[in-house]
Structure formats: structure tokens, C-alpha cells
Ligand binder design. Structure first.
Ligand code: PNS
Length: 159
């Protein structure tokens, strides 16, 4: 069974992420979307909120699971019996960084393969950071975020 992990902060999950999830879940038997629980970063959304939004966004996909992890990604992967890391690439800026990380993960665990999917051009400009900015100033989130999560993101800024 081919199990892959799509790791990230998902603060929050965007339509760019969802596109990578949709496409990669068709390539593997099981896809685990793994949310990093990182105490060094200060995410806007709690781990529970990020899990909830990912569950809502991926409810149509039977072979996708949502999980959280802390520590090294390769350690989480060996516990999950997965050896494929899925990453999306939007630009050469992403590439420079992701190339380094892919090599590092390969050194940490030689069984690991990183599978890069090129972004869908419709979503190449989307990132969690720009979406948060739009949400903060009350802009229209349609098309940027999975439909099922828009209200959760808006609510965050109403508080
Ligand atoms: O969405 P992000 O914040 O760009 O995701 C980064 C993530 C979670 C993929 C990366 O930071 C990660 O894998 N962290 C886990 C710790 C680890 O394994 N570090 C070594 C490789 S970066």
C-alpha cells in the first residue's frame, strides 16, 4: 500500500492546498495530511481548528486522513508507515526552499521520497498568509478558501 504524507502548517488550509490534496490522493492509496504542531510558530488557528477545517475541506475524499505531529517529519512518517512526502510548488522561490528540505529529509531517512506537484495556475498566487490578510480586512474569500471553511476563518476576525 502506497501511503503518502502531505505536511504543513495549514494556518488555514487554502484552495491551493486542497488542489494538491485532491490531485495527490488520486496517485496514492492513502494520503495523510499532517499538521505540524510547532511551538516555535504562533499560528492564528489552534491545532483543533486547523484539524476541523481540513476535515471539512476533505470530507469528499475517502482515502484522506488528517493527523497532527510534532518533532521530525521523518519520525512521524515511519510511525505512519509512509515513505512519500507530497509538496506543492508554486514558484522558484518555493523550489529553492523545498529542494533543500527534500535533500535533508532524504539524509534523515533514505527511504523517503518527495513528490512535487506543480501548483494549478489558478491557485499559484494563494498562500495562507495572503488569505489571512484578505480575511483581516473583510475582503471576499470566495475562491481562496474551501467553501466549508470560509465562515470559520471570518469568525476568527470578528472576535
Ligand atoms: O506549511 P509549512 O509551514 O511551510 O510546512 C513546513 C513543514 C511542516 C513541512 C516543515 O516545517 C516540517 O516538515 N517540519 C517538521 C520538522 C522537520 O522534520 N524538520 C526537518 C525538515 S523541514
Amino acid at each position: 500500500m502506497k501511503t503518502a504524507v502531505y505536511p504543513g502548517s495549514f494556518d488555514p488550509v487554502t484552495n491551493g492546498h486542497l488542489d494538491i490534496i485532491n490531485r495527490s490522493s488520486k496517485i496514492v492509496d492513502k494520503l495523510i495530511v499532517a499538521i505540524l504542531n510547532n511551538s516555535n510558530k504562533s499560528p492564528l488557528f489552534s491545532l483543533e481548528e486547523r484539524v476541523e477545517m481540513l476535515k471539512l475541506a476533505t470530507s469528499h475524499l475517502q482515502n484522506v486522513e488528517i493527523a497532527t505531529f510534532s518533532g521530525l517529519l521523518v519520525d512521524f512518517m515511519s510511525q505512519a508507515n509512509a515513505n512519500i512526502i507530497v509538496k506543492g510548488l508554486r514558484s522558484v522561490i518555493d523550489f529553492e526552499y523545498e529542494f533543500q528540505i527534500a535533500l535533508l529529509n532524504k539524509v534523515l531517512d533514505t527511504n523517503t521520497e518527495t513528490l512535487f506537484l506543480m501548483t494549478n495556475r489558478n491557485y499559484s498566487y494563494i498562500s495562507s498568509s495572503v488569505v489571512k490578510d484578505v480575511a483581516k480586512y473583510g475582503g471576499d474569500l470566495t475562491g481562496l478558501l474551501p467553501e466549508a471553511t470560509i465562515e470559520i476563518v471570518k469568525r476568527k476576525y470578528k472576535k
